[in-house]
Design a protein around this ligand. Structure first.
Ligand SMILES: N[C@@H](CCC[C@H](N)C(=O)O)C(=O)O
Length: 301
């Protein structure tokens, strides 16, 4: 391998993330490299968070986000917490400002190791989500799946959290729905010209809900942070919950939790939760060829 870069295999509530250090380089992780890395069981991931040199003053890095099918994503909440943990352990700093294609994100690591990311402002206008036809009220749009007179899922709230989301409100544990079957149909529905992340949300208390997500470009993942933000905002917007919500991510190991606050004073959405480092290595950003670095203290054969 030549021209390799360092990377860390991490996760946010089980959402599989590769944090790739592209600082000091002009190239990017290619879609072909992403697809090759996703195909290998060792490096299988949902999103790559590629850290690049900052493009604008006042930011620490530009973050390029790739899904496991090689497509680009504008936002990744769980991945952003992983980037913060990686950079905090490298630098000893606690607060960071990132640029993404969707805008500027501020993030901070707390004393207890949890990380808060300011995910910015939600977008509700139909043409900015985007949808392919006009809906005056995107808190509830006409869209259903299943028998016409007895749909399994219907009337989602739709919005953008930098990336497009549809939240289907359900009346029981989201794990009891066949999301593997309905997810791809809804992700690729013509109403979503840029596709969409599809989430089932079950409100369990005025300040709590359980979610499960079919991700655009990644399929069923164990957790999705921007979906949790979208579910919390949509819950408050439609009068189902308050503005601060505990999200239990049904599909994540031990049903992990995120706290989401849709802040009244500036309309920003603040996501707080954990990130976990797994192992590190080096990879070729053009081909995806990689080597795992031996763990510190492990015997090198
Ligand atoms: N897992 C992410 C969301 C990833 C992006 C998504 N698949 C898209 O294409 O929009 C998260 O934690 O937010």
């Amino acid at each position: 391998m030549n021209a390799t870069v360092e990377f860390a295999k991490m996760n946010g509530l089980g959402n599989r993330i590769l944090v790739v250090d592209m600082r000091g380089r002009k190239d990017a992780v290619t879609p072909a490299a992403a697809i090759a890395l996703a195909a290998d069981p060792a490096t299988r991931f949902d999103q790559i968070m590629a850290i690049h040199d900052p493009k604008i003053a006042g930011t620490d890095a530009f973050i390029d986000i790739l899904n496991c099918d090689g497509s680009k994503a504008q936002a990744c909440g769980n991945g952003t917490r992983c980037v913060v943990q990686a950079l905090a352990s490298e630098t000893g700093r606690k607060a960071f400002t990132f640029q993404t294609v969707a805008g500027i994100l501020n993030a901070v690591e707390h004393e207890d190791g949890t990380i808060s990311v300011d995910m910015g402002e939600p977008v509700f206008e139909w043409d900015r989500i985007p949808l392919s036809e006009e809906f005056h009220d995107t808190g509830r749009i006409e869209l259903q799946i299943g028998p016409i007179d007895n749909p399994v899922l219907h009337s989602p709230s739709v919005m953008s959290m930098g990336n497009p989301h549809a939240i289907f409100w359900v009346d029981r544990d989201p794990m009891t729905f066949d999301l593997e079957r309905f997810g791809p149909l809804l992700e690729n529905h013509p109403i979503f010209p840029e596709k969409a992340n599809i989430t089932l949300a079950h409100v369990t208390a005025p300040n709590a809900m359980t979610t499960r997500t079919w991700e655009r470009g990644a399929g069923l993942t164990l957790a999705c942070g921007s979906a949790a933000c979208s579910a919390a905002v949509s819950g408050a917007r439609t009068g189902r919950t308050g503005r601060t919500v505990e999200i239990t991510v049904a599909s994540s190991p031990n049903r992990g939790r995120l706290t989401i606050e849709w802040r009244e004073r500036d309309n920003h959405v603040i996501m707080t939760g954990p990130a976990e480092w797994e192992w590190a290595g080096a990879l070729d950003p053009e081909t995806g060829a990689f080597e795992r670095r031996p763990e510190a203290g492990a015997e090198v054969q």
